[in-house]
Design a protein. Structure first.
Length: 360
């Protein structure tokens, strides 16, 4: 196009000097256009992230951050090769007034366009969370508090605030039933409210109409089912069929108004989950969770009841067992009895096995 314009100008009867000026102006324009195009390309598409030998880098942008905070965070982590080109594109793409907090994974050799798009869209690196090794709600809150922006203190306060928990249908005694174990993902900037709202959604999803109907037929509230399931699970972690037998046994004891006399409830009351053998003195501890001293179910779960454990209670084995005792091979399986005399035979075998292994 420029060449055709030049031809038209040169064809007119103008002076040689004038023609030279026009040609010079056109060439300068072409050069400037090329330089501008290259600079524009460099600003948008050329790599502007240097992570050395690393393939990626995680950065955290706290809630309430400004664009200046983002620049500071990127600078502290030595992310940007050229700060000015990032700022220029951020201005053009209107990111400066659209800061989204969160945890972000910056990839090596990212260009400004990809980096700005990532941050502006709020495409976060999720926090993966599971219940493995957790026994109490406090442990849950401590683990989660180390991984999200909300501090642990706020999370701990929430599980003790009955006024707050009442919004979700729980209290500080039974709130552990709200948390259905599984593999979850949270965003780093998840708030305390969002944690509880998320768990409430999962709880309602799990407690479908079929499970609710089964709980009603047993005569238990959902929190009571979870409480019994947590005890069953503490007695038998893995064998789902035996869980049903244990659930049936405990329901028999509840119907007969007999104390459950479950060792795991004593361990929970003591607060030492490393106990291998519950002593007589420990069964005398004054706690509402001690089912040796109190009849009925404890105030709430003694652990995070897995879905399989809850379903085992909802589908409990209808049996006549009243007593149970761990097998002497320490396999985790149990003997079940209808009579106390038979139970005593099994109990002696178990005690002898513990003594032989020096477990006290």
């Amino acid at each position: 196009m420029l060449s055709s314009i030049l031809q038209k100008i040169m064809s007119k009867g103008k002076s040689s000097f004038f023609k030279k000026i026009v040609v010079a102006v056109i060439f300068i324009t072409l050069i400037l256009g090329g330089v501008g195009g290259y600079y524009g390309y460099k600003t948008i598409y050329q790599s502007n992230v240097n992570l050395g030998d690393k393939k990626s880098e995680i950065i955290y942008i706290p809630s309430g951050s400004t664009f200046d905070d983002v620049i500071r965070i990127l600078g502290e982590n030595n992310i940007l090769k050229n700060r000015s080109t990032f700022e220029l594109l951020s201005e053009r793409k209107k990111y400066k007034n659209a800061i989204k907090p969160g945890k972000y994974r910056i990839l090596a050799n990212m260009n400004n366009n990809a980096l700005v798009n990532l941050l502006k869209a709020g495409i976060q690196e999720p926090i993966k969370f599971n219940f493995k090794g957790l026994h109490t709600v406090d442990e849950f809150m401590s683990r989660l508090g180390r991984r999200i922006e909300a501090d642990s203190l706020s999370l701990h306060q929430a599980v003790r605030d009955n006024g707050y928990l009442n919004k979700f249908g729980f209290n500080s005694g039974n709130v552990q039933a709200l948390f259905i174990p599984g593999n979850y993902e949270f965003y780093w900037n998840t708030s305390v409210d969002q944690v509880f709202e998320r768990m409430a959604v999962e709880y309602k999803k799990f407690w479908n109409q079929e499970r609710k109907s089964k709980a009603n037929s047993i005569g238990f509230r959902q929190t009571e089912i979870s409480t019994l399931a947590s005890i069953v699970q503490a007695e038998q972690c893995c064998d789902n069929e035996e869980k049903k037998v244990i659930a049936g046994l405990y329901i028999n004891r509840l119907k007969d108004r007999m104390p459950l006399q479950s060792d795991p409830t004593v361990i929970y009351a003591v607060g030492d989950f490393k106990i291998q053998r519950v002593s007589f003195e420990q069964t005398r501890i004054n706690s509402p969770y001690n089912t040796y001293m109190n009849k009925g179910l404890p105030p709430g779960p003694i652990g995070f009841a897995q879905q399989s454990s809850i379903d085992a209670v909802l589908n409990f084995d209808q049996n006549d067992y009243i007593y149970m005792c761990a097998k002497e091979d320490l396999s985790g399986k149990h003997y079940f009895s209808k009579s106390y005399d038979q139970h005593c035979i099994y109990a002696k075998r178990y005690r002898d096995a513990l003594n032989a292994r020096n477990i006290h």
